[in-house]
Write a protein that binds this ligand. Structure first.
Ligand code: ADP
Ligand code: MG
Length: 274
């Protein structure tokens, strides 16, 4: 699904990613572990086009999204992202948070189709060969209704339907993060990237968030998750990547990586965190 080839990223003189090469297959659950400052977040941000790589390629479904010429919005909508700090819009209600991106994109698509039809009609008026018009079977009203239905269905799933119309500031950290996760799901992404989704939570809320991520994993969602929760990585990940100083030092099944680390730096890191 995603092929990363010799990905490099520098901020000024600081080279943060020094050539990352890996492949993420459909259905995989990849955990990324490693010391603070090793480039884990930068790597995820490059995957989701939140950072422009300095060099290298990220091939997502056959298209190099590191190439500045491609329309990243087309690809980004297939990748959900969940951040450590939830990143909910505090001036919008819970349901507005969930509906925002799907509605925005669907209305954008609708406008583009209408615009294209406008040009096709002009072209058809002057040409013997008639190009068929795009079929338009929706309206902004319908798009919003469908997005609301879908958002309510997702809220019901996590038992927070009654929070639909409240603002995020009234929620606990665990509730906020679960809403951030279903907000990502509302886009129907092909892969979800999680950047330390439980690191900002009080300990008693970690479980509810990990449980939801685990459910999505069991349903076959492809995911990449930067985490300090080694127990979770061991239980849920199909592969663990250990990063240090901008490189992948070692990657393996959780079984192998945790029980039989090959590289001295992996061993040193694991001895500190396990
Ligand atoms: P990790 O997530 O593994 O802790 P990060 O990817 O956040 O690591 O950061 C790796 C290094 O890149 C750090 O030294 C950090 O200070 C630096 N860095 C990250 N983002 C930026 C930025 N926007 N500008 C400058 N330096 C950055
Ligand atoms: Mg980070």
């Amino acid at each position: 699904m995603i092929d990363v080839i010799d990905l490099k990223k520098s901020f000024g003189k600081l080279e943060v990613l020094k050539g990352i090469t890996t492949t993420i297959k459909e259905g995989e659950k990849v955990a990324i572990i490693g010391p603070s400052g090793s480039g884990k977040s930068t790597f995820l941000r490059c995957l989701n086009c939140l950072e422009d790589p300095t060099s290298g390629s990220i091939i997502f479904e056959g298209v190099d999204i590191a190439d500045m010429r491609v329309d990243i919005n087309i690809h980004r909508r297939h990748m959900g992202m969940v951040f450590q700090q939830f990143n909910l819009f505090n001036n919008k209600t819970v349901i507005e948070n969930i509906m925002l991106a799907p509605v925005y994109l669907a209305i954008h698509d609708l406008r583009m189709k209408k615009l294209q039809n406008f040009f096709i009609r002009i072209k058809n008026a002057f040409s013997k060969h008639k190009t068929p018009l795009y079929e338009i079977d929706t309206t902004p009203q319908k798009i919003k209704e469908e997005a609301r239905e879908n958002a309510l269905r997702l809220l019901r799933r996590i038992g927070l339907e009654e929070k639909a119309d409240v603002y995020p500031s009234t929620l606990s950290g665990g509730q906020k993060q679960r809403i951030a996760i279903i907000r990502a799901m509302a886009m129907n992404p092909k892969v979800i990237l999680f950047d330390e989704p439980t690191s900002a939570l009080d300990p008693e809320m970690v479980g509810e968030v990990l449980d939801l991520i685990k459910q999505l994993a069991d349903e076959g969602m492809t995911m990449v998750i930067v985490t300090h929760e080694m127990g979770f990585a061991r239980e849920v990940a199909t592969r663990v990547i250990f990063m240090d100083e901008g490189r992948i030092v070692e990657e393996n099944t959780p079984q192998e990586l945790f029980n039989n680390p090959q590289h001295p730096r992996t061993r040193e890191f694991l001895s500190k965190v396990l």
